[in-house]
Write a protein that binds this ligand. Structure first.
Ligand code: PHE
Length: 346
């Protein structure tokens, strides 16, 4: 009988046809070609009208068996495709933990911050504490309590950004000394105060309207100018090299008496004289002095009991000397070609 033969071949056909199918939708469609309402099995059944009862029975039984086999076959095939999809996914998502990672670009420490960190390290090593204060200051703390009353001609030494008659952007870190003295109420002090300061200067190779200072203040019994010189010599030798020397020249600051200008021996010529040091062998680097009695009194100290010194380091200045940088604007223009030179790991 033709139909029986047909039925016999169907499972084989399906197996052959489905060999390369790896997509679930496609499998579903092809399954319908065999088992659907208009599928091969259904059409064989539809053609049975002309057959005898026995023939119908034989074909009915056979087709039921084939249907079951086909169902089982398609079910297995579906599982196999699903398994293959999962394996493929797992394979593609495997992580090789031994591969080296991506290198993310990192920033470096800004050379000015590095100088401040170096200064903090070395002064803390000498027993100093680090003190900080606000960048928006009062006229009282920035000037008046530093022996600079309103109208004093020495105020012109620092051209200041005023917010209103009483508030300003600090032009020096000295007000942090005032704040510390008022807090310590007559007790000995040993601090440095690093931070940003502002002045109404036109920016050029050696001036910046915003720059950094690191002020120092030491108050105690019998502190002398010799102690100041010792502390500064130690600082310069650690920062710039053990062969450096310093000298003190008389100067004027309203908050110190006597006041000195400190020169450091030129690193380029070793003190013999060159263009950089204008053939003097020395480079002027900072202002300092013994704290003025008026300042001590205004900040709650008795000058007969406690004396001391103060100094103001220009952070840019010393950084420029250390790395031989010739333009202060390099620190503030954020050019990576400049900044990357200071990164430890490139
Ligand atoms: N504050 C001074 C300036 O900015 C520097 C200085 C500090 C001088 C401490 C003497 C003592 O010019």
């Amino acid at each position: 009988m033709e139909e029986l033969e047909k039925l016999d071949g169907i499972l084989n056909d399906a197996e052959n046809e489905m060999k390369d199918v790896d997509d679930l939708n496609e499998l579903q469609q092809r399954k319908a070609n065999y088992l659907g309402k208009k599928g091969i099995i259904a059409s064989i059944m539809a053609n049975m009208k002309s057959l005898t009862v026995d023939e119908k029975k034989a074909i009915g039984m056979k087709s039921n068996k084939i249907k079951q086999d086909l169902e089982a076959f398609f079910e297995n095939k579906k599982k196999a495709i699903e398994d293959a999809i999962v394996s493929k996914k797992l394979e593609s998502e495997t992580i090789d933990v031994t591969l080296p990672g991506y290198k993310l670009p990192t920033g470096g420490i800004h050379p000015l911050n590095q100088t401040i960190m170096d200064l903090e390290d070395l002064f803390v090593g000498m027993g100093y504490k680090v003190a900080e204060g606000p960048e928006i200051e009062t006229d009282e703390y920035c000037f008046e309590k530093l022996n600079l009353p309103k109208g004093h001609p020495a105020r012109d030494m620092q051209d200041t950004f005023y917010i209103n008659p009483e508030l300003l952007l600090r032009s020096q870190t000295s007000p942090v000394q005032v704040r510390t003295m008022l807090e310590e109420k007559g007790e000995p002090i040993k601090i440095i105060c690093p931070g940003k300061v502002y002045r109404r200067d036109a920016d050029d190779a050696t001036h910046s309207h915003q720059f950094m200072q690191c002020e120092g203040l030491v108050l105690g019994k019998d502190i002398t100018l010799g102690d100041l010189k010792g502390a500064l010599l130690e600082m310069f030798r650690k920062m710039l090299g053990a062969d450096r020397n310093i000298r003190l020249r008389p100067s004027f600051f309203p908050f110190t008496e006597p006041s000195v200008e400190v020169d450091v021996s030129c690193g380029l010529c070793g003190g013999k004289g060159c263009n950089t040091c204008k053939h003097t062998g020395w480079i002027e680097v900072l202002g300092a002095g013994m704290v003025n009695d008026n300042v001590l009194r205004m900040c709650g100290y008795d000058p007969k009991e406690i004396q001391g010194f103060a100094f103001g380091i220009g952070v840019e200045r010393i950084t420029m000397m250390k790395y031989k940088i010739d333009d202060i604007r390099n620190f503030y223009t954020n050019d990576l070609r400049f900044l990357n030179q200071f990164k430890e790991e490139k």
